[in-house]
Design a protein around this ligand. Structure first.
Ligand SMILES: C[S@@+](CC[C@H](N)C(=O)[O-])C[C@H]1O[C@@H](n2cnc3c(N)ncnc32)[C@H](O)[C@@H]1O
Length: 219
Protein backbone atom coordinates (compact mmCIF):
# COMPACT_ATOMS: atom_id res chain seq x y z
CA UNK A 1 0.00 0.00 0.00
CA UNK A 2 1.11 3.58 -0.43
CA UNK A 3 2.54 5.90 -3.02
CA UNK A 4 5.88 6.00 -4.83
CA UNK A 5 8.40 8.73 -4.00
CA UNK A 6 8.18 10.03 -7.57
CA UNK A 7 4.38 10.22 -7.23
CA UNK A 8 4.52 12.32 -4.08
CA UNK A 9 7.14 14.56 -5.74
CA UNK A 10 4.74 14.91 -8.68
CA UNK A 11 2.04 16.08 -6.23
CA UNK A 12 4.43 18.64 -4.66
CA UNK A 13 5.48 19.92 -8.10
CA UNK A 14 1.84 20.39 -9.17
CA UNK A 15 1.01 22.25 -5.94
CA UNK A 16 4.19 24.40 -6.00
CA UNK A 17 4.71 27.30 -5.23
CA UNK A 18 1.83 27.90 -2.80
CA UNK A 19 0.93 25.32 -0.16
CA UNK A 20 -2.86 24.98 0.17
CA UNK A 21 -4.66 25.77 3.43
CA UNK A 22 -6.01 22.20 3.59
CA UNK A 23 -5.45 18.83 1.94
CA UNK A 24 -8.29 16.34 2.20
CA UNK A 25 -7.27 12.73 1.76
CA UNK A 26 -9.71 9.93 1.02
CA UNK A 27 -8.33 6.44 1.80
CA UNK A 28 -5.70 6.49 4.53
CA UNK A 29 -4.80 2.78 4.69
CA UNK A 30 -1.64 2.55 6.78
CA UNK A 31 -1.13 6.29 6.54
CA UNK A 32 1.99 6.40 4.36
CA UNK A 33 0.67 9.12 2.05
CA UNK A 34 -0.82 10.96 5.05
CA UNK A 35 2.54 11.04 6.85
CA UNK A 36 4.31 12.29 3.71
CA UNK A 37 1.74 15.06 3.24
CA UNK A 38 2.06 16.06 6.90
CA UNK A 39 5.86 16.28 6.61
CA UNK A 40 5.94 18.06 3.25
CA UNK A 41 3.20 20.58 4.09
CA UNK A 42 3.74 21.34 7.79
CA UNK A 43 1.56 24.48 7.72
CA UNK A 44 -1.31 22.80 5.89
CA UNK A 45 -4.18 21.10 7.68
CA UNK A 46 -4.26 17.48 6.52
CA UNK A 47 -7.72 15.97 6.92
CA UNK A 48 -7.67 12.24 6.26
CA UNK A 49 -10.86 10.20 5.83
CA UNK A 50 -10.84 6.40 6.19
CA UNK A 51 -13.74 3.98 5.91
CA UNK A 52 -12.41 1.20 8.11
CA UNK A 53 -11.93 1.67 11.83
CA UNK A 54 -10.20 -0.69 14.25
CA UNK A 55 -8.32 -2.76 11.66
CA UNK A 56 -4.60 -3.55 11.79
CA UNK A 57 -4.00 -0.95 9.06
CA UNK A 58 -5.90 1.61 11.12
CA UNK A 59 -3.77 0.84 14.17
CA UNK A 60 -0.56 1.29 12.16
CA UNK A 61 -1.81 4.55 10.65
CA UNK A 62 -2.81 5.99 14.05
CA UNK A 63 0.55 5.12 15.54
CA UNK A 64 2.46 6.58 12.59
CA UNK A 65 0.44 9.79 12.53
CA UNK A 66 0.37 10.59 16.27
CA UNK A 67 3.45 12.90 16.08
CA UNK A 68 1.85 15.21 13.49
CA UNK A 69 -0.13 18.11 14.89
CA UNK A 70 -1.40 19.16 11.46
CA UNK A 71 -3.23 15.86 10.85
CA UNK A 72 -6.89 15.25 11.62
CA UNK A 73 -8.19 11.68 11.31
CA UNK A 74 -11.81 11.18 10.34
CA UNK A 75 -13.74 7.93 9.85
CA UNK A 76 -16.58 7.33 7.43
CA UNK A 77 -17.48 6.96 3.81
CA UNK A 78 -15.78 9.78 1.98
CA UNK A 79 -18.27 9.62 -0.89
CA UNK A 80 -20.70 11.08 1.66
CA UNK A 81 -18.30 12.97 3.92
CA UNK A 82 -15.90 14.64 1.52
CA UNK A 83 -18.40 16.72 -0.51
CA UNK A 84 -19.81 17.99 2.81
CA UNK A 85 -16.50 19.15 4.31
CA UNK A 86 -14.80 20.37 1.12
CA UNK A 87 -14.05 24.10 0.74
CA UNK A 88 -12.88 26.14 -2.22
CA UNK A 89 -9.09 25.98 -2.68
CA UNK A 90 -8.68 22.66 -0.82
CA UNK A 91 -6.43 20.11 -2.48
CA UNK A 92 -7.92 16.59 -2.61
CA UNK A 93 -6.08 13.26 -2.76
CA UNK A 94 -8.22 10.20 -3.54
CA UNK A 95 -6.59 6.79 -2.91
CA UNK A 96 -9.81 4.89 -2.10
CA UNK A 97 -12.52 4.15 -3.09
CA UNK A 98 -11.16 2.67 -6.30
CA UNK A 99 -12.64 2.24 -9.79
CA UNK A 100 -15.57 4.33 -11.04
CA UNK A 101 -16.48 5.13 -7.40
CA UNK A 102 -13.19 7.04 -7.04
CA UNK A 103 -13.93 9.02 -10.21
CA UNK A 104 -17.49 9.73 -8.96
CA UNK A 105 -15.95 11.09 -5.78
CA UNK A 106 -13.67 13.44 -7.76
CA UNK A 107 -16.63 14.64 -9.82
CA UNK A 108 -18.78 15.11 -6.73
CA UNK A 109 -15.98 17.17 -5.16
CA UNK A 110 -16.04 19.47 -8.22
CA UNK A 111 -19.81 19.68 -7.97
CA UNK A 112 -19.70 20.61 -4.28
CA UNK A 113 -16.95 23.27 -4.38
CA UNK A 114 -13.95 24.50 -6.37
CA UNK A 115 -10.96 22.50 -5.11
CA UNK A 116 -7.58 23.83 -6.25
CA UNK A 117 -6.78 20.45 -7.77
CA UNK A 118 -7.57 16.78 -7.25
CA UNK A 119 -5.10 13.91 -7.22
CA UNK A 120 -6.36 10.42 -8.02
CA UNK A 121 -4.13 7.42 -7.40
CA UNK A 122 -4.01 4.20 -9.45
CA UNK A 123 -4.67 5.80 -12.81
CA UNK A 124 -2.24 3.70 -14.82
CA UNK A 125 -3.16 2.78 -18.39
CA UNK A 126 -5.72 -0.02 -18.49
CA UNK A 127 -7.50 1.13 -15.32
CA UNK A 128 -11.11 2.30 -15.57
CA UNK A 129 -10.01 5.39 -13.66
CA UNK A 130 -7.63 6.37 -16.49
CA UNK A 131 -10.24 5.82 -19.18
CA UNK A 132 -12.64 8.09 -17.32
CA UNK A 133 -10.18 10.84 -16.34
CA UNK A 134 -8.90 10.99 -19.94
CA UNK A 135 -12.46 11.55 -21.15
CA UNK A 136 -13.72 13.94 -18.46
CA UNK A 137 -10.69 16.11 -17.57
CA UNK A 138 -9.06 18.13 -20.29
CA UNK A 139 -5.61 19.08 -19.01
CA UNK A 140 -5.16 16.14 -16.63
CA UNK A 141 -1.48 15.43 -15.88
CA UNK A 142 -0.03 12.03 -14.97
CA UNK A 143 3.06 10.88 -13.11
CA UNK A 144 3.65 8.18 -15.78
CA UNK A 145 4.54 10.84 -18.38
CA UNK A 146 7.70 9.46 -20.08
CA UNK A 147 9.74 12.67 -19.61
CA UNK A 148 8.84 12.79 -15.90
CA UNK A 149 9.64 9.09 -15.45
CA UNK A 150 13.01 9.50 -17.20
CA UNK A 151 13.95 12.31 -14.82
CA UNK A 152 12.60 11.07 -11.48
CA UNK A 153 12.04 7.30 -11.42
CA UNK A 154 15.46 6.86 -9.77
CA UNK A 155 13.80 8.14 -6.56
CA UNK A 156 11.81 4.92 -6.38
CA UNK A 157 14.58 2.32 -6.26
CA UNK A 158 13.98 1.59 -2.53
CA UNK A 159 10.20 1.48 -3.13
CA UNK A 160 10.54 -1.09 -5.93
CA UNK A 161 12.79 -3.26 -3.77
CA UNK A 162 10.07 -3.28 -1.10
CA UNK A 163 7.25 -3.82 -3.63
CA UNK A 164 8.97 -6.79 -5.28
CA UNK A 165 9.56 -8.42 -1.86
CA UNK A 166 5.89 -8.05 -0.86
CA UNK A 167 2.79 -8.61 -2.96
CA UNK A 168 1.50 -5.05 -3.32
CA UNK A 169 -1.48 -4.81 -5.67
CA UNK A 170 0.19 -7.26 -8.05
CA UNK A 171 3.07 -4.93 -9.00
CA UNK A 172 6.36 -6.75 -9.60
CA UNK A 173 8.45 -4.05 -11.28
CA UNK A 174 7.95 -0.51 -12.62
CA UNK A 175 6.31 -1.74 -15.81
CA UNK A 176 5.18 -5.24 -14.82
CA UNK A 177 2.03 -6.21 -12.97
CA UNK A 178 0.57 -9.69 -12.44
CA UNK A 179 3.10 -11.10 -14.91
CA UNK A 180 2.10 -8.69 -17.67
CA UNK A 181 3.99 -5.78 -19.21
CA UNK A 182 2.37 -2.44 -18.39
CA UNK A 183 2.32 0.66 -20.58
CA UNK A 184 2.44 2.87 -17.47
CA UNK A 185 5.26 3.35 -15.00
CA UNK A 186 3.84 2.11 -11.69
CA UNK A 187 0.40 2.80 -10.19
CA UNK A 188 0.39 6.45 -11.39
CA UNK A 189 -0.97 9.59 -9.81
CA UNK A 190 -3.28 11.86 -11.83
CA UNK A 191 -3.53 15.60 -11.26
CA UNK A 192 -7.01 16.75 -12.24
CA UNK A 193 -7.71 20.45 -12.67
CA UNK A 194 -10.90 21.89 -11.14
CA UNK A 195 -14.04 21.53 -13.21
CA UNK A 196 -17.07 23.83 -13.23
CA UNK A 197 -19.90 22.55 -11.06
CA UNK A 198 -22.30 22.33 -14.02
CA UNK A 199 -19.74 20.36 -16.05
CA UNK A 200 -19.24 17.97 -13.11
CA UNK A 201 -23.02 17.45 -12.93
CA UNK A 202 -23.07 16.62 -16.65
CA UNK A 203 -20.21 14.10 -16.27
CA UNK A 204 -21.94 12.47 -13.28
CA UNK A 205 -25.13 12.09 -15.33
CA UNK A 206 -23.20 10.53 -18.21
CA UNK A 207 -21.35 8.13 -15.90
CA UNK A 208 -24.61 7.06 -14.26
CA UNK A 209 -26.10 6.44 -17.67
CA UNK A 210 -23.09 4.29 -18.60
CA UNK A 211 -23.38 2.41 -15.28
CA UNK A 212 -27.04 1.59 -15.98
CA UNK A 213 -26.10 -0.11 -19.24
CA UNK A 214 -22.82 -1.74 -18.22
CA UNK A 215 -22.19 -3.19 -14.77
CA UNK A 216 -18.42 -2.60 -14.90
CA UNK A 217 -18.92 1.18 -14.97
CA UNK A 218 -21.11 1.22 -11.86
CA UNK A 219 -19.62 2.91 -8.79
C1 LIG B 1 -4.71 1.84 -1.09
S1 LIG B 1 -5.34 2.18 0.48
C2 LIG B 1 -4.73 3.78 0.83
C3 LIG B 1 -3.26 3.84 1.03
C4 LIG B 1 -2.77 5.14 1.62
N1 LIG B 1 -3.16 6.28 0.84
C5 LIG B 1 -1.26 5.11 1.80
O1 LIG B 1 -0.53 5.75 1.03
O2 LIG B 1 -0.80 4.43 2.72
C6 LIG B 1 -7.04 2.46 0.18
C7 LIG B 1 -7.86 2.79 1.41
O3 LIG B 1 -9.08 3.41 1.00
C8 LIG B 1 -10.07 3.08 1.93
N2 LIG B 1 -11.40 3.35 1.37
C9 LIG B 1 -12.05 2.63 0.42
N3 LIG B 1 -13.27 3.17 0.18
C10 LIG B 1 -13.37 4.27 0.97
C11 LIG B 1 -14.38 5.25 1.19
N4 LIG B 1 -15.55 5.21 0.51
N5 LIG B 1 -14.16 6.23 2.10
C12 LIG B 1 -12.99 6.29 2.79
N6 LIG B 1 -11.98 5.38 2.63
C13 LIG B 1 -12.17 4.39 1.73
C14 LIG B 1 -9.79 1.60 2.21
O4 LIG B 1 -10.38 1.18 3.42
C15 LIG B 1 -8.27 1.59 2.23
O5 LIG B 1 -7.78 1.72 3.54
Amino acid sequence: MGVLNSEILFLCACIHPEAPPRIIESGRGRGQSTALLAKLFPKTEIISVELEKGTEHDRIARERLTPFENVQLLYGDSTKLLPRILRNDDVVLVDGPKGPAGVFLCLNACRAATPRMIFLHDTHHGQKERQLTDVFWRGAGYSDHPAYVAEFSHLDSECWKHISDHDIHGWEAPSKRMGEAQPSYGPTLACLPPMRSKDARWCIRELRRLGKRLRRWRP
